[in-house]
Design a protein around this ligand. Structure first.
Ligand SMILES: [Zn+2]
Length: 349
């Protein structure tokens, strides 16, 4: 999400560098096939990756719908394989557009299912936990100044999205920094929370490449969505603070290529991360300036920045604002006070 609707800088290929198509063709030669599967969400298609090895491995599977399944099958067929040949499905994180079809694929193929160990319970309890998280979201919106009408309306929309998800039964829990052996390559499992609490990056150190899920995207910033902690305990993640710590770790990685859950391959992750940090620093000062004008709740800050979008995307924009107010509070620059159940941010005295 950016202040202006379009963020033209990211998509321009480096002069003389390979095009995204060339990068993906090269990856396919190495046995890694990008399969773009449709989603009903604004983000557009989700990239799943089929890795030829022993076992034949699928990273993410797309949302649960007839259309997504038939396109996934078709894309897999084009690589000369079939769903039934898959021996392992890997989840990059808990979001519906990535995990909805994992159970279907696992049932049809008999494949094992791997995911971060800390995410196992959350993935298995998908329906109940997602509904609880929806209730959390309504409470968070009300507390931060979104009207009841809008908050309830948004809950209906989110509840209807749950049909595209499904429970995921993980048979192979993965510890942070363990190795996932795929026969001809091994992937180091790296927990990188922020966009979601379960974000996991899979690093092929030998080939200097990684599967990023939504941890880093080439064309848009990964929204650090506020969420319930993975263990299901009440409260919320400090998602932007977590995300920055994760990006700092990822920035140190030695990589030529990151393959993301949406959009084009990333060839220079350091430059992209620096760009994300710079944009965030600008937004931090902008939000501080708005609070300096006069104290207000997070939703009013979102309205000052995004106008009407703060209504249609109330939770997304709130996550963005609260991510930054978490940082400003940590820096001692603002405080949060309770005014009859409403959280109001003001400059620290
Ligand atoms: Zn996601």
């Amino acid at each position: 999400m950016s202040d202006s609707a379009a963020d033209p800088g990211d998509n321009t290929p480096d002069a003389g560098g390979p095009s995204p198509e060339e990068v993906l063709a090269e990856a396919a030669n190495e046995g890694v096939h990008c399969l773009a599967v449709p989603t009903p969400f604004a983000v557009g298609r989700v990239n799943c990756y089929l890795i030829e090895g022993d076992p034949l491995t699928l990273i993410d599977a797309g949302p649960r719908s007839e259309q997504s399944l038939s396109e996934l099958e078709e894309r897999i067929g084009e690589t000369g394989h079939a769903i039934e040949d898959i021996g392992l499905v890997v989840a990059t994180h808990q979001h519906i557009d990535h995990i909805g079809l994992i159970r279907t694929v696992a049932e049809r193929s008999g494949a094992e299912v791997a995911a971060l160990d800390l995410a196992v319970d959350r993935l298995a309890a998908f329906g109940d936990r997602a509904r609880e998280e929806n209730d959390d979201a309504v409470q968070l919106m009300l507390r931060n100044g979104v009207s009841e009408e809008v908050a309830i309306g948004l809950r209906e929309v989110t509840a209807s999205f749950l049909d595209w998800g499904d429970k995921v039964i993980v048979t192979r829990p993965l510890a942070h920094e363990s190795l996932l052996d795929l026969g001809n390559r091994s992937l180091k499992v790296l927990h990188r929370p922020g966009h979601s609490p379960s974000d996991t990056v899979f690093h092929d150190e030998e080939r200097r490449m990684a599967f990023a899920g939504d941890h880093l995207l080439s064309h848009i910033s990964s929204n650090p969505l506020i969420s319930r902690p993975l263990d299901g305990s009440p409260g919320r993640t400090r998602s932007l603070i977590d995300y920055n710590a994760s990006l700092t770790e990822t920035r140190k990685m030695d990589l030529d290529l990151m393959l993301s859950g949406h959009g084009d391959p990333i060839l220079d992750h350091v430059a992209l991360i620096d760009k994300r940090f710079a944009a965030e620093a600008r937004r931090l000062e902008k939000i501080f300036g708005i609070i300096e004008e006069r104290p207000r709740p997070a939703h009013a800050i979102a309205e000052a920045i995004w106008g009407n979008v703060a209504l249609t995307q109330a939770y997304l924009t709130l996550s963005e604002v609260i991510g930054h107010t978490d940082i400003l509070i940590e820096q001692g620059r603002i405080t949060e006070t309770d005014q009859d159940g409403l959280s109001v941010f003001e400059v620290a005295r």
